[in-house]
Design a protein around this ligand. Structure first.
Ligand SMILES: *Cc1c(COP(=O)(O)O)cnc(C)c1O
Length: 432
């Protein structure tokens, strides 16, 4: 049986398959470069595990208070080594990325302090945490103020504006690596390093925190390699490798991590408590797989960018740009196209493939939203998933794929569904 016959069983026509494979083949050089980064990061993780002497006993579960949980301490030691950081807090009790960021912020800020975001508005879920929008329990309610400097229209840092915004109250600078759902570009680790150096030259004692969500292992270095005091992320994104069923991490300076631990558990108890209930092995195995899983997701994003760009849909990043996170935005120009695209992603998922995604109202959104996800872990976005608000410019954001081939199948099937819905014409997929 040929590989095409497997795609045919999925419902992909020969012309769509040929068109997509044609683009896939042209990307060999790009993919080789991604594999090179993955190999580097695989060795980085492997060596961290060897140096920390990970052993089979680490996988034993602890219960109750979780005192002396050697496996939990090993997980945190491995994360410290991978990120070249003094310390780490990696816990199933950190419930998601927003929670990890909340713990890091509340743990390190005190009334009268100010947060500065020098890269525009942070990710939406932080609005209520910081108090950008009114919310009970926000940092604003505790007397922590917020200031923001947007990127310049060309995407550069507004160094003058940042210099002006830094003041005697500024205690913490929050830098979001990924663009999230904003239209700005994602920052490279080198760019983050330049920003941190600039800020520390003006105010050496300020805490520089990086929201690292979606960025882990897309490059050989992480923000902690270029001066970040704290780096924060979610385990149901990149570093969980698709295996972690929950969790988040905070890595960085010992004092910052300790402050965060006092907030996550209790002042005085900090990292000493927290039963791991048998999750340590999964965290370690997920981290071990993460470099190659991230590589697969990156290749999927690049394939999609090239295919959809060639079909005439605006894509961010474009087909040739360098990548610093796993998110791909495609402007599909119509509701019908968004629905068809999502049907393709959903239909090629290993879980809930028979479900039909439909636009629906969502709390916090002023328009209907469509989502496609057939994941082993609910809401996991290292698994292939797509979503977007049904409004101008009808942009879909998609990411993930536990393997390149499954990401590729999802993308090919999305093209098929768009083709069947008449959003792509036959002439467009004829290879000249
Ligand atoms: C996903 C994400 C978050 C929030 O993480 P959740 O797990 O959804 O709470 C924060 N910042 C960025 C940049 C993200 O991509």
């Amino acid at each position: 049986m040929s590989t095409y016959e497997q795609y045919e069983a999925l419902g992909v026509s020969k012309e769509v398959y040929d068109y997509c494979t044609y683009h896939d083949k042209k990307l060999k050089e790009r993919f080789d470069a991604i594999d090179e980064v993955a190999e580097y990061n695989q060795l980085k993780v492997l060596n961290a595990m060897r140096e920390a002497r990970v052993c089979a006993q680490d996988f034993n579960p602890s219960t109750g208070y979780g005192y002396d949980d050697a496996g939990r301490e090993r997980v945190e030691e491995v994360y410290s080594k991978v990120f070249h950081a003094e310390d780490a807090l990696v816990r199933p009790a950190i419930l998601c990325g927003t929670h990890a960021l909340t713990v890091a912020l509340f743990g390190n800020l005190r009334p009268g302090d100010e947060i500065l975001s020098p890269v525009g508005k942070p990710y939406d879920t932080l609005d209520g945490v910081i108090g950008i929008t009114e919310q009970k329990g926000s940092l604003a309610e505790y007397g922590v103020t917020y200031s923001q400097v947007d990127l310049l229209p060309n995407g550069d840092f507004d160094f003058d504006g940042i210099k002006k915004a830094l003041n005697e109250k500024t205690k913490l600078v929050t830098i979001q690596r990924s663009k999230g759902y904003a239209t700005r570009k994602t920052l490279s680790v080198t760019e983050i390093g330049e920003l941190i150096t600039f800020i520390k030259n003006i105010k050496p004692d300020v805490i520089c925190m990086v929201d690292n969500c979606y960025g882990e292992f897309t490059e050989k270095i992480e923000p902690t390699d270029v001066g970040a005091d704290m780096c924060v992320g979610s385990l149901i994104k990149n570093p969980g490798g698709g295996l972690a069923p929950i969790g988040g991490y905070i890595v960085g300076k010992k004092e910052c991590v300790e402050n965060a631990a006092y907030r996550l558990t209790c002042p005085g108890l900090g990292k000493e408590v927290g039963a791991s209930l048998g999750i340590n092995g999964t965290f370690l195995q997920g981290l071990f797989l993460s470099p190659t899983v991230v590589a697969g997701a990156l290749k999927g994003a690049i394939l999609a960018a090239n295919i959809y760009e060639n079909l005439g849909f605006p894509v961010v990043p474009n087909g040739t740009e360098s990548r610093h996170d796993i998110i791909q935005a495609v402007t599909l120009k119509s509701e019908a196209a968004m629905v068809a695209f999502c049907k393709g992603i959903q239909g090629a998922a290993p879980v809930d493939s028979f479900v039909d995604p439909v636009p629906s109202d969502m709390p916090g959104y002023d328009s209907k939203v469509i989502m496609a996800a057939g994941a082993f872990v609910q809401g996991s976005s290292i698994e292939l998933s797509a979503d977007g608000p049904i409004r101008e410019p009808y942009a879909i954001y998609f990411q993930g794929g536990l393997t390149y081939y499954s990401a590729k199948a999802g993308i090919i099937y999305s093209v098929q569904k768009m083709y069947e819905a008449g959003c792509i014409q036959k002439e467009q997929i004829m290879i000249k």
